[in-house]
Design a protein around this ligand. Structure first.
Ligand code: SF4
Ligand code: SF4
Length: 243
């Protein structure tokens, strides 16, 4: 975790704009800065960029599991031990052309919660994970996505209580649903987005086949959701997909 060496800090405030979640705060009494631990995500942007001219920002041990989790999720240079993937610990779902995680008649659901500048309390990640699980998404396990290591029940998306107040820069919820459940999943997301204090981007992954693509656009139209303005077709690297 990150702390300020008060003997060295001269209160120059150079560090303040570097923090993506505004965790550096000015002390009311003295010309010093401190780190608000309730906001800090342990992303180490301040450490990696050596932003303090007098070396007053110091790294100390991440002394509990939730702090270690924050660091793995929020620092893109760290590799998740559980998944073996750096950068939030989740392999990008758009590589389905080579991983083949989603078969015919299925949609991959990839919910990218939070952003630098906003962050995401895991309480909000839980709300979204539970909403989509109830609507028919089968959530990915800990071998695919680190958030699952905090779930008490992968079927519901419920997180352990001690995780809920934890702040991270962003975190990914991943799963898949059968085609016929996609409208329920999108409606669940429309409902839950009004109950959270952060933002999310939704990625829908399917095989680039006419049936899935047509169904997707028809579903959007029925629900009054504007067509997405960003899309991508990956062409595969020669590896055969699952049926
Ligand atoms: S940059 Fe360093 S010296 Fe300046 S306020 Fe931040 S911690 Fe203190
Ligand atoms: S570790 Fe990240 S969140 Fe914490 S004070 Fe440094 S830049 Fe801000």
């Amino acid at each position: 975790m990150v702390q300020i060496n008060r003997k060295l800090c001269v209160g120059c405030a150079t560090c303040i704009p570097y923090c993506p979640v505004e965790a550096f705060k000015k002390e009311a009494e003295e010309r010093k800065v401190y780190v608000d631990e309730g906001i800090c995500t342990n992303c180490y942007v301040c450490i990696r960029n050596k932003v303090c001219p007098v070396g007053a920002i110091e790294e100390s041990s991440l002394d509990n599991f939730m702090k270690q989790f924050q660091h793995v999720i929020s620092d893109p240079t760290v590799t998740s031990e559980g998944t073996g993937v750096p950068g939030r610990g989740t392999e990008e779902a758009k590589t389905n052309d080579v991983t083949g995680r989603y078969g015919r008649g299925e949609f991959g659901i990839c919910i990218d919660m939070g952003r630098p500048g906003i962050g995401c309390r895991l309480r909000d990640a839980e709300k979204v994970a539970m909403a989509v699980a109830q609507a028919g998404v089968v959530l990915e396990g800990p071998e695919i996505t680190p958030l699952a290591t905090l779930m008490t029940d992968i079927k519901t998306g419920k997180l352990i209580d001690e995780a809920l107040d934890t702040n991270v820069l962003s975190v990914i919820i991943e799963g898949k649903c059968p085609k016929e459940k996609l409208p329920d999943v999108l409606m669940a997301l429309q409902r839950v987005e009004k109950e959270i204090e952060t933002t999310f981007c939704l990625g829908i992954v399917s095989r680039a086949e006419q049936e899935e693509v047509s169904f997707f656009f028809e579903t959007l139209e029925k629900l009054g959701i504007p067509k997405p303005f960003r899309g991508k077709v990956n062409v595969g690297l020669g590896r055969p997909l699952i049926p």
